[in-house]
Design a protein around this ligand. Structure first.
Ligand code: C2O
Ligand code: CU
Ligand code: CU
Length: 498
């Protein structure tokens, strides 16, 4: 109730705040002018902070009781001997999330969520996608570098009963990607209902590093999604929906309510995916111990980065390794959120596991001098909240191409998150069809754990980020805020790669 009122009050303020900006010029925006505008605003800094905090105040997650074993998505079997043809069906079904109750859900090749598709660099892959829902959907491969025609954006909509075969060659390096629907205006609801699955890409490097790699044993996918269940334990999207991002008090990890993870005393690799519509997570261990991050959205970091906590905004991934052979397991161990809520209790056995290695060198990611000296050729300004969200002052129009870029050419995009009178909010910004490099955040080098391939980046209010991006294929690709309700509300544009 509290959040509803807050959201309603915010929307009133936003509407009044936005009208003064509606004539804002687009494409190229002079930031110095905007800062002046901010200074002339009637609110002082303190008031802005307060408003910002109330906006950020989201309902906490219930602690996981740890009564259920974490579910691990099955690995998708290929259809043929050669191992390169797969079938993915979007389906509606019923799932027993709560004991003894069936919840109506969506899933891929099943009633809820989807299987993990394991691909190898160099593979030529065919995926038959089938829409068995009673509404339109698309199949989008988030983070995968494929031609626009295979990318599954809103233009690739399949009607109920339709199917489409896509084909592509895997040319990018080992990484944890994912797939989800992308129909115009309906992405949030379909993901909320359960459409999301994982893609693992492996390559020679990933297989030779000696990292934990026993799927479901010491190499664990964790898809974090928060939901609101109604009193009949159903996912009632229209009731729970918030224009600034639908959140809930109930966390599901891989679709498991109140999960716990059983591990041996060994190094365990967790592939974290923030698959939530809108919630940000800051993951840490309840003991305050550190862990290492080994991969970003699109590949390994050059070196493991030691962290005590990591924040992921919607659609971001990170691979981390926790060394359970080194931790004091006398006390209860758990992965917790920033505010202390228990996300995933660990049950550590007495058994010593395999000794895996975390090598000091894992990749050769670099940003060249040339990339650093490229001029900014595309400027984007993210603005607004609720249903008043825009990019460069415009809402998504499927008929409008916002930018063009040459295939194989690196360009620097500058993305600015323009605050409003209330301070604004973080927008997780994502681009289809490519992995990019973060050149700077507010002119500074990005933190060590962001010096790797990314396809999504959190952008804070009043922050300017520069990225270097190259598209390997042709086609029309979306770029958008990955708060799915913002995307559906039009915070999305299109780049055509020729
Ligand atoms: Cu995760 Cu437009 O996608
Ligand atoms: Cu995507
Ligand atoms: Cu947004």
């Amino acid at each position: 109730m509290k959040t509803k009122i807050t959201a309603f009050m915010i929307s009133l303020l936003v509407i009044s705040g936005c009208s003064s900006n509606s004539s804002q010029s687009v494409e190229e925006v002079d930031h110095s002018n905007m800062n002046e505008e901010m200074d002339h605003s009637t609110m002082n800094q303190d008031e802005m902070e307060n408003e910002h905090m109330s906006h950020d105040e989201v309902v906490s997650l219930n602690d996981s009781t740890g009564e259920n074993e974490l579910k691990i998505p099955s690995v998708l079997e290929h259809d043929d001997e050669k191992g390169s043809v797969y079938t993915v069906r979007a389906q509606k079904g019923k799932t027993e999330i709560f004991d003894g109750t069936e919840t109506v859900t969506y899933g891929y090749n099943g009633s809820f969520l989807g299987p993990m598709i394991r691909l190898e660099k160099g593979d030529t892959v065919k995926i038959k996608t089938v829409n068995e829902l009673d509404e339109e959907t698309t199949f989008h491969w988030h983070g995968l570098e494929v031609a626009g025609s295979a990318d599954g954006g809103p233009h690739e909509s399949l009607k109920p009963g339709e199917e489409k075969v896509i084909e592509f060659k895997v040319e990018q390096e080992a990484s944890t990607l994912w797939f989800h629907p992308h129909p115009e205006g309906k992405t949030a609801e379909q993901v909320y209902n359960g459409l999301a699955g994982l893609i693992y890409i492996e390559d020679d490097n990933s297989k030779s590093l000696g990292l934990p790699n026993e799927y479901g044993k010491n190499d664990i996918p964790l898809i974090f999604q928060d939901r609101t269940f109604d009193d009949k334990k159903q996912l009632n999207f229209s009731a729970a929906m918030n224009d600034d991002g639908t959140i809930g008090d109930t966390l599901l990890i891989n679709g498991t309510l109140n999960p716990k993870l059983a591990v041996n005393k060994e190094k365990v690799r967790l592939r974290l995916l923030n698959g939530s519509n809108a919630r940000n997570y800051t993951f840490k261990l309840n003991t305050g111990d550190s862990f290492v991050q080994i991969a970003t959205d699109g590949g390994f970091l050059n070196k493991p980065v030691t962290l005590k906590e990591i924040t992921l905004t919607p659609s971001e991934r990170a691979e981390i390794v926790i060394d359970f052979s080194q931790l004091d397991t006398e006390n209860e161990l758990a992965l917790i959120n920033e505010d202390g809520s228990i996300l995933l209790p660990f049950e550590v056995s007495d058994q010593n596991g395999k000794v895996s290695e975390i090598p000091g060198e894992m990749n050769n990611f670099s940003i060249t001098e040339e990339e650093k000296s490229l001029p900014v050729t595309k400027k984007l300004e993210l603005f607004g909240m609720m249903d008043q969200v825009t990019i460069n002052g415009k809402k998504f129009d499927p008929e409008r191409i916002d930018f063009t870029q040459q295939q194989g050419e690196t360009e620097v995009w500058e993305i600015y998150n323009k605050p409003d009178e209330m301070g604004g909010m973080i927008h997780p910004f994502h681009i289809h069809g490519a992995q990019f490099k973060i050149l700077s955040r507010n002119g500074e080098e990005p933190p060590e754990n962001e010096r790797g391939w990314k396809d999504s980046i959190s952008i804070h209010p009043d922050e300017t980020v520069k990225i270097a991006i190259q598209f390997k294929h042709k086609g029309v690709y979306m770029f958008h805020c990955h708060i799915l309700e913002h995307e559906d509300n039009g915070m999305m544009g299109q780049v055509k790669v020729e």
